[in-house]
Structures are given as structure tokens and as C-alpha cells.
Design a protein around this ligand. Structure first.
Ligand code: GLN
Length: 537
């Protein structure tokens, strides 16, 4: 690694879902604002190679990077906060570690040796940790270790951190995030779980340098001092992580707590400039003082778990704030809508978004919702499967192609308007085999997409196997559904729009992966504007 790259490891204790990703991203934001080039890496202890094959109910959305990695949704937070793209190297899983070591073993790399967790697995973990430092691009790498200290599966990661702490020339600190519960009956904040989780880390030979205490109530100095005393931490390095109204408040809360300064002190780095975060603060002011409210129906099949559509929900927050608009998302399960109840369920919406997805379940509800949006001229935004459903709906109901479908849902359809990409035909493995990552797209002038992007060549991220069947393109265009975006090298249709509709834009790619706080996505901005105009009518 570049000798100057320093590392901050973020671990979690007491409970899961405490928001390690948000704390890591907030710290990174502050360090970035102080002039340090910073990136964040996530180590996931599960044995899947990546979350690409996981049901969204398990781990929420699968985020996709420019270079086509299917990753944990925390990488989405990292990008949204830092406005810097992540890559394959930013997400490591136990599956990837073991796969690499086992492949090496088969190739004979360890001939004669017994392959063991220590040193072979831990060496591979350390190698992956150092990859980002080795690029020489970063002053600081923040490495978040998924799971909770004490889990069997995260032990090799903690062991790797222990070893790294003792490596000459490897400069790192450990930030441990825990939870301080409030006992309403006695009116007290309790620190014992935190003490225990630090003990657990100590058993693995790792003394944390900084503790962040997640809490619903303000910590008294007494509580901080007590934790400091029992956990061998300086009181200044005990940081309060209060519940916030929005995740975007957390960088400012951490600035108040001086987490960034404590980290820089421990890494022996100068403070640099005081973070101004002007654009960030402006975003927060706008977010908290909207001038209008609109309601968007998000039609999907994982609506009970909103993490499944994390990036879409965040994109609405970014673009909404930019336009002084509060976007209320009405989460609508596609299996709950049918031709009979559709009007009742969808009336009152200012815009309809049909979400990405896989498989047959709920597909007819999505198609009915699109039909409703098309006929009633309600602003419509289709993403990936949402675009494919818009094509199916138009094929069936405007072109009269009976039983038009995607071959993903109905292999024998007489009208495969959406079908398997040529490159996918011989693919049998499920993991990592889709069309993944960033591809260029040329946008036709005189389209709503062009009005939004204001440029002809764009790059967007993909995650799908099926595509529009160009055999039908003429027929679609003659009847008013136009391909306004295509891939310049292979002519794949990437954007479809309706001519006689105020805003009906359906995209094969995932714009939501590229929306950030300071760069709201142009299509989300345009969709919200169209929904705002519809609301006023
Ligand atoms: N299931 C569709 C495909 O594979 C759409 C995927 C998606 O929405 N991400 O093409």
C-alpha cells in the first residue's frame, strides 16, 4: 500500500442495525471536507460471493457499481454521501475470500501446507483490505466490518484487524459502534452492554480507539466518563451518536461531536480546513422546509421492506429537496392491485413508478398500473422491470399483440417483446452473470430524457438479463412509443417514451444508483417536476 494511506476500521457491538454504514459514511464525508481523499470499504461476513443472488428480504437492495459489482446497500450510502463512485474492491464477502483461497489451493499455490483460517484466510482478508490503499488514490480508507462483534462468522475479520494493528507501517485505528439502551422504568441509560462488547473485542485482542454510542437520549458526561473508564478509552474519544431525524443529519452531528478531529488526532494527521459542507447544509435546509408536497406511488413486490428499494427512496429525497418538494412515497404491493380496484388504489397519486424486479409474481398488477398511468396521463417512471412492463402493456393494449410478454415470465409467448439478450443465452450460472455495471447510451434530442439530461451521451448502470426485442421497434415507434435512448455499439433499447403523454419515461438501466446528495439524478428531478405539474392541475 501507499505508505501514507491510513485505515479506520469500524466494528459494531451489542446489536445489529445500529447504522455502522451511516457513521462510516458520515466520518468519510467530514474527512473528505477536510481535504482528505477518503473511501469506504465493506467487509461482509456471509458466505455468498455477493448479494446478487440474495432475496431482497434478506439484505435489502443489491447495489451495483460502475464496474459491475453487485454489492451491499451500504455502498449506496457511501456514494450518496461522498459523491465518489465505489468499485469491486469496496465490497468483500467471506464467500469471495474462501473462493479465492480454495482456487489457489486447487492451483497448487500452497502445496504441502495445510490451508487454515489463520494464516491463509486472514492473509487473504488483509490483502483485500490493502487493495484500496495500494491504489495510492486515498489518504484514508474506512473499512466497515459487517455483523456484530461476537458473531462466529466475523471472527476472522476481527483477527485480521488484530494482526494489522501489529504490522509495521500499517497505520490504523478501530472505531467501535455500540448501543446504550434507555431503561424507561428507572430513567437510566445503561452502559453494561457496551462494556461487554468491548470486552468481547478485547478477548480477540483488539482494543478499540474510539467508541461511538448510539442512543435515543442525550448522554450525560457521567455516562461518557464511565464508558471511558471501563473501556480504556479517553473520554474525548467517546462519541455520542444520537438518533437523528434523517440519516443526512449524521455528518453534522458527528462534526459537533468532533469525531473527525478525534480520528485525525489518533492517526497523527493535521485537521486541514474546518468542514464548511455548504452544499450539504443547503440540501438539509431545503429537505426540512419543503414548499410543496407530492405523492408518488411506488409499485413493487417487496414493499413491506423498504430497504429493498433503498436507492430509489433516497433518489426521491435528493431530487425532492433540490426542488423544495416533499415526496411522499406510497408503497404499493403489485399483488394488491387488479383491474377492479386500480382506480380506487391509484387515484390521488401525482406520479407512478414501477420498480425493478425479477420473476412472475405481481407482474400483472404492475402492467395494470402502467395502463392506468398511460391512459390517465399520469407521470410515469419505469425502471428496469418497470420499463419492460411498460413495453408489454403497450404491446398488448395499443399494438394488439395478444399475450405479449417477456420470455422471463412466459417462455412460449407468441409476442416476445422482451426477450433474453444474445449474450445471456448460454448462461446457466445465476451469480454475477447479468448485464452489470455502466454502459453508454445515446439520447435522442426532442425527448423528455434529453430535456432531463441536457446531453446526448450518458452512462448508466445496468442489472438485467432481458431486453427490448428490436424486431418490434418499428411497430412501437409508429404507434407512439419511441426508443429515445439506445446503446451506441449494439443498439439495445435503453429508454422508451410515449409521445402523447406529458411524462412517460421508462429506462432499462438503474438511474437510482447514481443519485447523490449533491448530484440528484436528472430523471428523478424531471419526474418530480412532472408530478408537481400534474399535482397543480
Ligand atoms: N428481471 C428483469 C431482467 O432480468 C429486470 C431486472 C431488473 O429489474 N433489475 O431483465
Amino acid at each position: 500500500m501507499s505508505s501514507s494511506t491510513k485505515y479506520v476500521f469500524v466494528t459494531g457491538g451489542v446489536a445489529s442495525s445500529l447504522g455502522k454504514g451511516i457513521i462510516a459514511a458520515s466520518l468519510a464525508k467530514l474527512l473528505q471536507a477536510r481535504g482528505y481523499s477518503t473511501t469506504i470499504q465493506k467487509l461482509d461476513p456471509y458466505i455468498n460471493i455477493d448479494p446478487g443472488t440474495l432475496n431482497p428480504y434478506e439484505h435489502g437492495e443489491c447495489f451495483v457499481t460502475d464496474d459491475g459489482a453487485e454489492t451491499d446497500l451500504d455502498l449506496g450510502h457511501y456514494e450518496r454521501y461522498l459523491n465518489v463512485p465505489t468499485s469491486q474492491a469496496n465490497n468483500v464477502t467471506t464467500g469471495k475470500i474462501y473462493q479465492h483461497v480454495i482456487n489457489q489451493e486447487r492451483e497448487g499455490a500452497y502445496l504441502g501446507k495445510t490451508v487454515q483460517v489463520i494464516p491463509h484466510i486472514t492473509d487473504e482478508i488483509k490483502r483485500r483490505i490493502k487493495l484500496l490503499g495500494n491504489t495510492g488514490e486515498y489518504d484514508i480508507v474506512i473499512t466497515e466490518i459487517g455483523g456484530t462483534v461476537g458473531d462466529i462468522e466475523s471472527l476472522p475479520y476481527i483477527e485480521a484487524v488484530r494482526q494489522l494493528k501489529w504490522e509495521p507501517d500499517f497505520d490504523c485505528i478501530v472505531l467501535h459502534l455500540t448501543f446504550v439502551p434507555f431503561l424507561a422504568a428507572s430513567g437510566e441509560l445503561k452502559t453494561k452492554p457496551t462494556q461487554h462488547s468491548v470486552k468481547q473485542l478485547l478477548e480477540s485482542g483488539v482494543q478499540p480507539d474510539i467508541l461511538a454510542l448510539r442512543t435515543e437520549h442525550k448522554l450525560t458526561e457521567g455516562v461518557k466518563d464511565k464508558v471511558a473508564l471501563f473501556c480504556n478509552i479517553s473520554p474525548k474519544a467517546v462519541i455520542e451518536a444520537m438518533d437523528a431525524d434523517t440519516i443526512y443529519d449524521v455528518p453534522l452531528l458527528m462534526l459537533e461531536e468532533e469525531l473527525d478531529k478525534v480520528v485525525l488526532d489518533k492517526l497523527n494527521l493535521p485537521y486541514g480546513e474546518e468542514p464548511q459542507l455548504i452544499a450539504w447544509k443547503e440540501f438539509l435546509t431545503k429537505l426540512k422546509n419543503p414548499k410543496q408536497t407530492i405523492k408518488i406511488g411506488l409499485i413493487g413486490k417487496y414493499t413491506e421492506l423498504q430497504d429493498a428499494y433503498k436507492s430509489i427512496a433516497e433518489s426521491f429525497i435528493h431530487a425532492g429537496a433540490h426542488l423544495d418538494t416533499k415526496v411522499i412515497v406510497d408503497w404499493i404491493h403489485s399483488e394488491d392491485i387488479n383491474e377492479k380496484n386500480i382506480k380506487k388504489r391509484l387515484q390521488g397519486l401525482d406520479g407512478i413508478l414501477v420498480a425493478p424486479g425479477f420473476g412472475e409474481r405481481g407482474i400483472e398488477g404492475k402492467i395494470s398500473a402502467i395502463n392506468y398511468a398511460r391512459e390517465n396521463k399520469i407521470p410515469f417512471f419505469g425502471i428496469c422491470l418497470g420499463m419492460q412492463c411498460a413495453v408489454i402493456e403497450f404491446g398488448r393494449n395499443v399494438l394488439g399483440l395478444t399475450d405479449a410478454h417477456s420470455t422471463e415470465m412466459y417462455l412460449e409467448t407468441p409476442h416476445p417483446v422482451i426477450y433474453l439478450m444474445e449474450s445471456q443465452k448460454n448462461v446457466s450460472n445465476k451469480g454475477g452473470t447479468m448485464r452489470l455495471g455502466a454502459y453508454p447510451c445515446v439520447v435522442k434530442k426532442d425527448s423528455n430524457a434529453y430535456l432531463a439530461y441536457n446531453t446526448e451521451t450518458i452512462s448508466e448502470r445496468h442489472r438485467h438479463r432481458y431486453e427490448f426485442n428490436n424486431k418490434y421497434l418499428n411497430d412501437f415507434e409508429k404507434n407512439g412509443m419511441i426508443a429515445t435512448g439506445t446503446n451506441p455499439t449494439n443498439n439495445l433499447v435503453e429508454i422508451m417514451e410515449l409521445k402523447n403523454h406529458p411524462w412517460f419515461v421508462a429506462v432499462q438501466f438503474h438511474p437510482e444508483y447514481k443519485s447523490t446528495v449533491t448530484n440528484p439524478h436528472p430523471l428523478f428531478l424531471a419526474f418530480i417536476k412532472a408530478a408537481g405539474a400534474y399535482h397543480k392541475n
